[in-house]
Ligand binder design. Structure first.
Ligand SMILES: Nc1ncnc2c1ncn2[C@@H]1O[C@H](COP(=O)(O)OP(=O)(O)OP(=O)(O)O)[C@@H](O)[C@H]1O
Ligand SMILES: [Mg+2]
Length: 513
């Protein structure tokens, strides 16, 4: 830390990198550097952006601009880069932190001045890859694991004073040792054992010693064992399922807690739930427990939660054993090639380039399918897309355009949660045949009229029409025919006023009844 700060003061050094394996504390150190740089007024401005594996230049530009209170007007990446560049050139001195770099970045493409262009614009990178940082010609500072004393202090802070009691002290010391002085391992293991009895500590030590580490590139095997251990110590199967749902989203993603609620209800992951509100309270409580265990993190958005990328790597590895397939790769144009899809229970594919979906793929165990694409990429949805997915309980499609739903949607007679979000939709009347549907969301989709057939959904509990800016009307009588409806959302939607009045009257009447 001292060396990094010294390098930042050195006029001859323009770019530096903090390098080391996953979970060793690079981001934590970079944040601390940012704080110190501000406190000591080393720079006029300090900004930080997360790069992550799927380099998204627009997103990086956006993050930096937000922190500079700059509104980027440009449509193209180049236009935005020029705006950002001009703004940074006007700054007297600025520190730009780019966290979690995987491949060499072209700073010019983002709009960051470097080298001789602006002597007082310094760049700090964090990366697992020294090679990438070398390619960018930056000075490298390898980060080391904690000293024995630091490791023990952190362990004690997380596990509580109990580790100092006579009987527990030697066992706790051994458990701490199993964490290999790696911060992420220490915090997850210590928190899992907070307030546990001596017998539980002894059992935990055995379990950690026996654990068969999995080799995940870029991760120390102790990191894997520790996070897996922390997962195995979760209080309930519900909390475990809720945790695994979070790895269905891309790295560094703000996961809406509401999705965990709707997916969980659809999958019947929560026992003894009478209504959606109860499920929501349960999920919020579980999310808080998971945060306390360091398995989830706070997001800037209070409706969302994040998963640390190291935790996510381990979560995906655990989830694979439960039949999960997760791929988030913007270059993916079609579904990954597999010998069979019959083993999968949950599939999540994120790609802005996705063009083709399979026709009649046999997925007899599949309960959960999440597809996130880009509306600007022309897509083909074959008629028999869902034919082999009769067990599907949760279907989420985002950023897709289709004039009508694939004919085979009718086979989804077990479907309980359907999200068609930020989609371009025309005729969706086929939804009326999905008799078990409980949750239906058209969030942000372009849809003109809600089909009358939705009134047939006798089990529907939640209807979300938020941000449906093209919605003109809701057919009269539709809402009152949904006798089990518990929640109805239409924030930031544009409905014709006469129709809105009628809708409100209908809802009031339904409530009175
Ligand atoms: N010095 C420290 N003291 C206390 N906790 C720490 C320290 N360093 C890291 N941690 C904790 O360890 C976890 C992992 O740290 P961090 O996110 O900084 O790792 P990283 O090296 O950036 O990982 P990745 O390669 O995945 O980006 C975090 O939960 C953080 O709170
Ligand atoms: Mg990091």
């Amino acid at each position: 830390m001292k060396e990094v700060l010294e390098a930042l003061r050195d006029d001859n050094i323009n770019m530096i990198s903090i390098c080391g394996m996953g979970g060793i504390g690079k981001t934590t150190m970079a944040k601390e550097v940012a704080k110190r740089a501000k406190d000591d007024e080393l720079f006029d401005e300090v900004v930080m952006a997360v790069v992550s594996q799927n380099q998204d230049l627009r997103k990086i530009q956006g993050q930096i601009a937000d922190l500079l209170h700059l509104k980027l007007e440009g449509e193209t990446e180049l236009g935005r880069a020029n705006e950002l560049y001009s703004r940074l050139m006007r700054s007297k001195s600025v520190l730009v932190i780019l966290d979690d770099v995987w491949e060499a970045l072209n700073l010019e493409d983002i709009g960051i001045p470097y080298g001789g262009q602006h002597k007082r614009c310094k760049i700090l990178l964090t990366s697992r890859s020294e090679e990438a940082c070398n390619q960018m010609r930056s000075q490298i500072f390898p980060i080391k694991v904690l000293s024995e004393e630091e490791a023990w202090n952190l362990f004690r802070e997380m596990a509580g004073d109990c580790v100092d009691t006579l009987g527990l002290h030697p066992i706790a010391k051994e458990v701490a040792k199993e964490c290999g002085a790696l911060p992420v391992a220490i915090v997850t293991v210590a928190r899992a054992l907070e307030n546990k009895t001596k017998d539980e500590w002894i059992a935990a030590l055995e379990q950690l010693k026996k654990s068969i580490p999995k080799n995940i590139p870029g991760l120390h095997s102790k990191v894997y064992s520790s996070i897996e251990f922390s997962y195995s110590y979760l209080k309930s199967d519900e909390a475990k399922s809720c945790f695994l749902l979070c790895c269905l989203f891309p790295e560094d993603f703000d996961i809406p807690i509401e999705y965990l609620v709707r997916y969980g209800v659809g999958r019947r992951l929560f026992a003894k739930i009478d209504n959606v509100a109860e499920a929501r309270s349960r999920v919020h409580a579980m999310v808080n427990d998971l945060k306390r265990s360091f398995l989830l993190l706070d997001s800037k958005n209070k409706e969302c939660v994040k998963m640390h990328d190291v935790v996510r790597d381990v979560a995906i590895s655990i989830a694979e054993e439960h039949g999960f397939l997760v791929r988030c790769d913007d270059k993916m144009e079609e579904w990954p090639e597999k010998d069979t899809y019959e083993i999968y229970v949950a599939i999540s594919l994120f790609s802005r380039e996705m063009k083709k979906h399979p026709n009649g793929l046999e997925c007899s165990k599949l309960e959960h399918l999440q597809l996130s694409c880009c509306k600007d990429t022309q897509q083909m949805l074959p008629a028999n897309m869902f034919q082999g997915m009769k067990e599907l309980k949760v279907l989420s499609m985002r950023g897709m355009s289709f004039p009508s739903l694939p004919q085979s949607i009718q086979v989804l007679q077990n479907l309980r949660t359907l999200h068609l979000e930020y989609c371009g939709l025309e005729d969706v009347s086929a939804i009326g045949a999905l008799g078990k549907l409980e949750m239906l969301s058209f969030l942000g989709s372009e849809i003109k009229e809600l089909p009358r057939e939705i009134g047939n959904l006798g089990h529907l509990k939640l209807l979300d029409l938020s941000e449906c800016s093209t919605l003109q009307r809701i057919p009269y009588g539709l809402l009152s025919s949904l006798s089990r409806l518990e929640e109805f959302y239409m924030s930031r939607s544009r409905c014709e006023i006469g129709n809105l009045r009628a809708t409100l009257r209908e809802l009031t009447q339904a409530l009175l009844n």
